[in-house]
Design a protein around this ligand. Structure first.
Ligand code: CMC
Length: 436
């Protein structure tokens, strides 16, 4: 970051002396006012619940222009990445800052592939869960438990440990998600097959059984790979900020990523793909496309507490570019599976059309986000609804770990420690229990 030409001046109506605050520019995007010395100079904090106007770090990984509906990974538009690269190339880009050439890709793929198995003991840990446990409950536990199995990569201050834990996490997430699924349906776990690609291997671990030959469908494999690419990173969203805050204490990378998994689970974040599909299924049960108008009226009624899941975004005030790509993938997958007339896809299109024309959504700049169509694709692939967010977690792991490693390598990084505006009781005295 570099100092901008202008400075910010903060003045007070009570006559306190005004202060000047430095302003920094990034390479693109809004400038930032540096308030780090504000408390020392004025005794005041800033107040910004939900980080509406706060840049919590500097980063070189992902950039979103919310007004334009633009998403860049290390400078490359997501549309170009999604059409020209595969997920492991994207991982390389996010982790190391450059797209690999043929040799670097082969080396990286080999390294990741060498780490796809998990310690056999993980199976016994998994078996402690109820069969009907939500996959995200299981994933939070399993990812956290990795730190109990890989003691040689838990020192976040050691660059080699950071590197090996990054590779392990990227390599093992598909194995863990597939194990969580197999456990829920009572089928034997399938070991990874390292002659398959990253997405193909995940499909194999999910849908193969020891008694039959399983062949990966290339259209589905490519669609899943695209889902992974589109979810790989998204700058300082809630789960990434959670990973950074958690990691800022110096905890081990597996624990920090487990915190990210837990945060992602919420329906306002990664849980929206599951919630969006459940919403479509509910509308379908009520009568489908003919009920869209009625449903939209409920969404617009503030007292209903109903949201159009898969719509709206804190940063995008335009069409989420990932949603466009996901819609394209949705069409491809449905037509390759002969499901062109899928009622949920038709319903989603009808909902989108009405919402995009409705004043409520237009005024608030609410557009479909990535989760609006990703559930339909996953469902067509055969992934159960409750596993959608775990697939998101699998894909976002590379973003989390790249952001975590960037933070640890940043000389300006400090433990994250927000302050507060205290509005509770002032000091008071404890009254003995009999006199309260
Ligand atoms: N349906 C109906 N109204 C909405 C929606 C929605 N999906 N999203 C926002 N609004 C309204 C909201 O009620 C508010 O209206 P008003 O100004 O009258 O009070 C206005 O739009 C601004 O919304 P906000 O809640 O202040 O915006 P936010 O930036 O705090 O929230 C959001 C962003 C993504 C949490 C929210 O849009 C939402 O809950 N969407 C549905 C859940 C969803 O799809 N989440 C996935 C996000 S993308 C993937 C990811 O991050 O994991």
């Amino acid at each position: 970051m570099k100092l901008a030409d202008n400075k910010a001046t903060l003045s007070f109506s009570n006559g306190s002396p005004k202060i000047e605050l430095p302003v920094y520019s990034g390479s693109v995007g809004p400038d930032v006012i540096d308030i780090r010395k504000l408390y020392a100079q004025t005794g005041m904090f800033t107040y910004d619940p939900g980080f509406m106007s706060t840049a919590a770090c500097q980063s070189t990984i992902t950039y979103i222009d919310g007004d334009k509906g633009e998403l860049l990974y290390r400078g490359y538009p997501i549309e170009q990445i999604a059409t020209n690269c595969d997920f492991l190339e994207t991982c390389h880009l996010l982790l190391y800052g450059n797209l690999p050439d043929v040799a670097a890709k082969a080396k990286f793929t080999k390294t990741v592939t060498n780490h796809t198995m998990v310690n056999e003991q993980m199976q016994f840990f998994l078996r402690g869960f109820r069969r009907d446990a939500h996959p995200m409950a299981i994933m939070t536990g399993l990812v956290g438990a990795l730190s109990a199995f890989y003691h040689d990569s838990t020192d976040i201050n050691n660059p080699e440990h950071r590197e090996i834990s990054a590779i392990r996490l990227i390599a093992k997430m598909p194995t863990l998600v597939a194990m969580a699924y197999k456990y829920s349906v009572g089928q034997p776990f399938m070991y990874p097959k390292n002659n398959l690609g990253y997405a193909g291997n995940f499909l194999h671990m999910m849908f193969a059984t020891p008694c039959e030959q399983y062949t990966v469908n290339p259209v589905i494999e490519r669609a899943l790979d695209r889902i992974f690419i589109l979810h790989a990173d998204h700058e300082q969203n809630a789960s990434t900020s959670t990973v950074r805050l958690c990691g800022s204490s110096g905890t081990n990378p597996f624990a920090a990523i487990a915190a990210g998994v837990a945060c992602l689970w919420g329906p306002a974040h990664g849980g929206a793909n599951e919630a969006a599909l459940n919403m479509l299924e509910d509308i379908q049960k009520m009568g489908g496309v003919s009920k869209v108008g009625e449903f939209i009226s409920q969404v617009k009624d503030k007292n209903s507490g109903i949201k159009l899941m898969g719509f709206g975004h804190r940063v995008y005030k335009n069409y989420d570019p990932r949603a466009k790509l996901m819609q394209e993938t949705c069409r491809e997958v449905l037509s390759s599976l002969g499901l062109e007339n899928d009622p949920l896809f038709k319903l989603a299109m009808a909902l989108e059309k009405i919402a995009l024309e409705d004043d409520y959504f237009v005024q608030r700049k609410l557009y479909p986000n990535v989760d609006f169509y990703s559930g339909i694709v996953q469902r067509a692939i055969g992934i159960p609804t409750s596993l959608f967010t775990a697939v998101f977690a699998l894909a976002r792991t590379v973003g989390w770990i790249a952001q975590l490693n960037e933070m640890i390598g940043d000389p300006e990084y400090k433990i994250g420690r927000p302050r507060q505006l205290f509005t509770g009781s002032e000091q008071r005295q404890v009254v003995p229990i009999g006199q309260r």
